[in-house]
Design a protein around this ligand. Structure first.
Ligand SMILES: N[C@@H](CCC(=O)N[C@@H](CS)C(=O)NCC(=O)O)C(=O)O
Length: 232
């Protein structure tokens, strides 16, 4: 099967968690909205897919239409060899992925704390307060949690690489981009996560992907945005 990923073409966003899994597995996939006319296809899928997706990313596999990043990954992982067999292992991975999704939501809310439909410029002051809380309390809480989950092991869910490790890599990269100073302080206390980030980045398929033009750079339209004033 050739998987079809539908996601906004100009940001890594939540589509990137799915891309990293597909890339690590060497799966065949189309990044539909990045092809000419693809955004219209994405909009058509949002208007007519069944079950109806509220928002991308959406994965289409044959007849199946799957939305919600964590659910897409939970469905894909056994097919891509990115989760271990067994209920406990599957549940642990899904649980950690949902926790990552919470962190991603909070990262988004640092620049859109009031209204996701309005511009950042229209909510700069609450954004400053939200970002301060995020970088001083929430990021240390989340990363401290995952550092403890990892312990002395190499992977977050079980004893082999899973999609959760790939997603954690993306989150660490995103936090480092958006909040370089605060992130440097927090990650200094997380040697396990630093090791995990380096291990993922140097996996042959991931390294090739990161160096390719398939990888979209972080930018100020995405979820992890670098606004220096939010770190002041
Ligand atoms: N919980 C969903 C959130 C999906 C989501 O918010 N997608 C964003 C792009 S990253 C979007 O296009 N949202 C449009 C909207 O919510 O109206 C997931 O994890 O996939």
């Amino acid at each position: 099967v050739t998987y079809k990923l539908y996601y906004w073409p100009s940001i890594p966003g939540r589509g990137e968690y799915v891309r990293l899994a597909l890339e690590e597995a060497g799966a065949e996939y189309e990044d539909v909205a990045r092809e000419p006319g693809g955004v219209k296809l994405l909009q058509a899928l949002l208007a007519s897919g069944s079950p109806r997706p509220l928002a991308p990313p959406v994965l289409v596999a044959g007849e199946l239409v799957i939305a919600q990043t964590a659910l897409i990954l939970e469905w894909l992982a056994p097919r891509l060899g990115l989760v271990q067999d067994g209920e406990r292992e599957r549940l642990a991975a899904a649980q950690h992925q949902l926790t990552i999704a919470d962190l991603v939501d909070e990262a988004h809310d640092t620049h859109h704390p009031i209204d996701p439909m309005k511009y950042y410029d229209e909510q700069k002051e609450p954004a400053r307060l939200r970002a301060a809380a995020f970088t001083s309390h929430r990021v240390p809480k989340y990363l401290g949690f995952f550092e403890r989950v990892l312990g002395e092991r190499e992977f977050l869910a079980g004893d082999a690489l899973t999609y959760v490790d790939l997603s954690m890599f993306q989150v660490l990269e995103g936090l480092g981009y958006a909040f370089p100073k605060a992130f440097a302080r927090t990650i200094a206390n997380c040697p396990g996560l630093r090791g995990l980030r380096d291990r993922v980045a140097t996996r042959p398929r991931i390294a090739a992907y990161l160096a390719s033009d398939r990888r979209i750079a972080f930018n100020e339209k995405g979820i992890f945005r670098h606004y220096p004033e939010l770190e002041a």
